[in-house]
Design a protein around this ligand. Structure first.
Ligand code: ADP
Ligand code: G6P
Length: 566
């Protein structure tokens, strides 16, 4: 991978803020908005820092890698470019002072016990996460959760404003912080603001359930550039804007802006599929000790003929139960012979106090127990289930040891595990079974693609992945490896940041002169929405067409309510 050029972002500058602490952005009062300047040209704002604070039994504190794809993707970028990273430590209570670690300036934002419950577990993971993932489980809507979400978003916006140098780039991440772009622009109109949504953006028919649908769009409108995983997500977003009365034209939303000479500004929305640090993963996998560990894992599993692997956060979006069902039936049918086959499911603990996650864990563990009860032998379980996190090297060894990786997500913004597996298979071995409802499936088209709801189809593809000739498996893996080498995480960040740099704040976006397309004529803005949001909205503006810009193949409503097929 060539080291990406990010146009000089992230170099640490000498502090140039005015006054003592970045003046006027302290406290939780959104009316206090005198801007100050920080020291960083690139500031990332994410709900989580790349490290989690853990209280050890003796009272000491340790730092461990944070879970999830967002951190996995951004960490290598930020390490290389010495930016500031504003985020939560993963534990409630007071936040430690900002500190430097591994080339990053980490700025902890505190969350109280109550905010963890209302903002993080509630609004973020009880409302937005299920809503944006096709309502696989029912989202809950609570006004108290929303109030906490607004307060916490404001705190993140303030923290970012304190770190950003004059004219800096601030890159806001993911669904937990959708109000930050607008809040930040209000206090720091000098900034260039980008936002990237790591998860899907749902079709309007689903999005419209959100009681604060207009306020969330308004929050996002503070950005200059909005990045999505798939063209379909960008398209869903633009359609939501039109339905809520915001004019769009050619992939942009035109919004009023008192700081712009033309009184308006364009917010661009486009797809920037995220990726992995291919060179780093390839390098780890080539280490002799990792290869040795991979062989050892197979020995520990009893030297089976076939090792199947699943690696996920324990989340209902990942389709773990669908996968278990398919594997169990293949054991029943003896199409996967036992004890020659083993299935290893690694499931990182996640959001453990949220009810739907507790219910999923119970169901997964009962199912694994049932399969092992029927198909296991003494010392030879048919499914190895590990509810644990592992270091990078161990994951790499697992990837190398696996004949087939099963990614059966019901909906997933990208699924970096799929790309990590491909990046690690320098030997061109292994096979990837991949759900078509992942962002990754758009790029990794040589995978054994499946619809996880179609259990028979999933079983057939899994058997193909196991039985296909090595030449065929290598051919597919080679093609997928080409893709992840060409589009690695460095390229993703470079593409996004360069597109953000191209935004010229003074440009006239040209008004809302796009011709109304016929489908939009039948999709008027919902009149009751237009007044919501508290800003100057020209509700009668006719939306322009952006349909031609974005791939709309996936923009339909898919898979509402997702029981495991019987
Ligand atoms: P999500 O972001 O929804 O968790 P992704 O597949 O995009 O899903 O990213 C998951 C990330 O978490 C990957 O980088 C993967 O390596 C990491 N991961 C998943 N399971 C584990 C585990 N048990 N231990 C350590 N890291 C894990
Ligand atoms: C996904 C989300 C991230 C989130 C991660 C882990 O990758 O897109 O925003 O950080 O999951 O989830 P958690 O709730 O533990 O932060």
């Amino acid at each position: 991978m060539s080291r990406p050029s990010l146009g000089g972002y992230g170099r640490v500058r000498r502090p140039n803020r005015v006054g003592g602490r970045a003046g006027g952005v302290e406290g939780d009062d959104p009316t206090v908005s005198e801007p100050g300047f920080g020291a960083y040209d690139l500031v990332v704002v994410a709900n989580r820092l790349p490290v989690d604070r853990k209280e050890e039994p003796g009272g000491s504190t340790s730092w461990q890698p944070s879970p999830g794809g967002l951190v996995a993707a951004l960490e290598p970028i930020m390490r290389r470019h010495e930016g500031a990273w504003v985020g939560w430590t993963g534990a409630p209570g007071e936040a430690p002072e900002p500190f430097d670690a591994q080339g990053m300036h980490l700025v902890p934002v505190p969350l109280s016990e109550e905010e963890v419950e209302l903002y993080y577990e509630g609004m973020s993971n009880g409302t937005l996460w299920p809503l944006y993932h096709d309502v696989i489980v029912q989202p809950s809507f609570h006004r108290q959760w929303w109030d906490s979400y607004v307060r916490v978003n404001w705190r993140f916006a303030q923290a970012a404003a304190r770190q950003a140098a004059r004219g800096a780039t601030v890159w806001v991440q993911d669904y937990q912080l959708q109000l930050v772009p607008r809040m930040l622009r209000d206090v720091r109109p000098d900034l260039r603001i980008g936002f990237f949504n790591h998860i899907p953006f749902p079709p309007y028919e689903i999005y419209s359930q959100l009681p604060w649908r207009r306020q969330v769009l308004d929050g996002l409108m503070g950005a200059d550039l909005l990045g999505f995983q798939r063209p379909a997500d960008a398209n869903n977003f633009l359609r939501a804007c039109r339905r809520c009365g915001l004019p769009t034209r050619r992939g942009e939303v035109v919004v009023p802006d008192e700081h712009s000479p033309h009184g308006r500004r364009a917010v661009r929305a486009a797809a920037f599929p995220i990726s992995v640090d291919t060179a780093a993963l390839d390098e780890i996998a080539r280490r002799p000790e990792v290869a040795e560990r991979a062989r050892e894992i197979r020995r520990e599993l009893g030297d089976p003929d076939v090792v199947l692997l699943g690696v996920d956060r324990l989340d209902y979006t990942k389709g773990i139960l669908h996968r278990l069902k398919a594997v169990a039936e293949l054991y029943d049918d003896e199409r996967l012979p036992l004890p020659g086959t083993v299935f290893v499911q690694v499931a990182t603990p996640s959001r453990e106090r949220v009810e739907s996650y507790q219910a999923l864990r119970d169901e997964v563990e009962v199912t694994v127990g049932r399969i092992n009860g029927v198909h296991g032998q003494l010392g030879k379980p048919a499914v190895h289930y590990l509810h644990q996190s592992f270091p990078r090297d161990e994951l790499a060894a697992l990837y190398l040891a696996a004949d087939v990786l099963l990614v059966t997500a019901l909906r997933d913004g990208m699924n970096l595990v799929a790309k990590e597996y491909v990046a690690s298979r320098f030997d061109e071995g292994g096979a990837l079974v991949l759900s078509e409802f992942t962002g990754a499936s758009i790029e990794l088209t040589q995978a054994y693609l499946i619809n996880p709801h179609d259990i028979d189809g999933l079983k057939n593809q899994l058997v193909n992945a196991v039985r296909d000739a090595p030449r065929e498996r290598s051919r597919r893996m080679r093609a997928m490896r080409r893709r992840v080498w060409q589009h690695d995480v460095g390229r993703w960040a470079q593409d996004f940041l360069q597109a953000l740099e191209r935004v010229r704040p003074g440009d006239d976006p040209g008004g809302e002169d796009g011709a109304s397309a016929p489908e939009e004529a039948s999709e008027p803005a919902s009149p009751e929405l237009v007044a919501v949001g508290g800003r100057d909205r020209r509700s009668t503006d006719h939306p322009g067409s952006d349909r031609g810009d974005v791939d709309v193949r996936d923009a339909d409503v898919r898979g509402v309510g997702q029981p495991v097929p019987r």
